[in-house]
Design a binder for this molecule. Structure first.
Ligand SMILES: Nc1nc2c(ncn2[C@@H]2O[C@H](COP(=O)(O)OP(=O)(O)OP(=O)(O)O)[C@@H](O)[C@H]2O)c(=O)[nH]1
Ligand SMILES: [Mg+2]
Length: 286
């Protein structure tokens, strides 16, 4: 039987809530793992500090699933089995989600796409170039506030802001009272001391925001990669309108230099549709 590493579990945010939810019948042949990336019908799961494997859902889970929400998403804790002589894991069960952030698909289908689950903080990331606007923050915030996760407004590209940044922050704080607002610039990530305070071990944060605001640039720093050794691809924004071009195409969870887990997401175009759900609802149970 596979015994999960205690250190891994606490680093990855495992707690009594999930412990209690392990269903008895699957306990013996499965072990807990967290979904760190998803690619079509395959999931990259982490089950130990250095234990990664690809896994697919079991036939039963697939059969019982009626919407995309019934499938694993990045951030989920799942119960996985590694059949003898196999390198591919089988996901038997998705543990209930504490929080889930998702958006509706564009088009006729009402099916929702989950961006990530079991998050503690939502960083509403917005650059303070010419594309900055209050309405967008408002929309992201409305959704974040429903989640149970803590919303934080993060202003990026402070280096290109021409006005007085303290004034800007004071204005945002007045507008969105009670919400923490921070700023940073890629020229000086080191001085953004709030990052080490917030991204503590055992927490999970998701970075959402329009394409090109600098989410992946920051996450590259947080996971210890640099310009010459970029783990996540980043791309210049169009100079004509300051807008990005959708460089990140999938969600992925990483361990940050401060211990907390961080999830990069693709920039959102159709943000109007984004909603966060509290998840202890029966609908998520498999
Ligand atoms: N001037 C300036 N440019 C920045 C800063 N942070 C990121 N950039 C640049 O902005 C561009 C877009 O950055 P990304 O990190 O790819 O943006 P993203 O939010 O991940 O975009 P998507 O993956 O498309 O959602 C890149 O050219 C970065 O070098 C910053 O603090 N200041
Ligand atoms: Mg990106």
């Amino acid at each position: 039987m596979f015994i999960p590493e205690k250190e891994f579990l606490s680093l990855f945010g495992w707690d009594d809530f999930f412990e209690r939810e392990i269903p008895d019948p699957v306990l013996n042949q499965t072990f807990p793992a967290r979904i760190i990336c998803e690619e079509r019908n395959l999931y990259r799961v982490q089950a130990g500090l250095n234990k990664f494997l690809w896994a697919s859902v079991s036939g039963k889970l697939n059969f019982n699933a009626s919407t995309r929400m019934d499938y694993p998403a990045v951030g989920d804790w799942v119960m996985v089995e590694l059949p003898p002589q196999s390198e591919r894991g089988v996901i038997h069960h998705i543990l209930p989600r504490k929080t889930a952030i998702y958006r509706k698909q564009i088009g006729a289908s009402a099916d929702k796409q989950i961006l990530s689950t079991n998050i503690d903080m939502v960083f509403i990331t917005t650059s303070i170039n010419e594309d900055f606007n209050y309405r967008r923050i408002e929309r992201y915030l409305t959704v974040a506030l429903e989640s149970g996760a803590v919303p934080i407004i993060l202003l990026t590209k402070a280096d290109i802001y021409k006005g007085d940044i303290e004034n800007l922050i004071a204005g945002i704080q007045t507008h969105f009272s009670g919400i923490a607002v921070y700023f940073l610039s890629y020229e000086d990530f080191e001085s953004a001391s709030f990052l080490s305070k917030l991204l503590r071990q055992g927490t999970t944060s998701v970075f959402i925001g329009s394409s090109g605001v600098g989410k992946s640039t920051l996450i590259n720093y947080l996971i210890g990669s640099d310009e010459n050794n970029e783990v996540i691809k980043t791309q210049d924004v169009r100079e004509s309108d300051g807008k990005g071009r959708h460089t990140t195409t999938s969600r992925q969870l990483y361990v940050s230099r401060y211990g907390g887990l961080v999830i990069d997401t693709p920039g959102m175009k159709s943000f109007n549709f984004l909603t966060i759900l509290r998840s202890q609802l029966a609908v998520f149970q498999i």
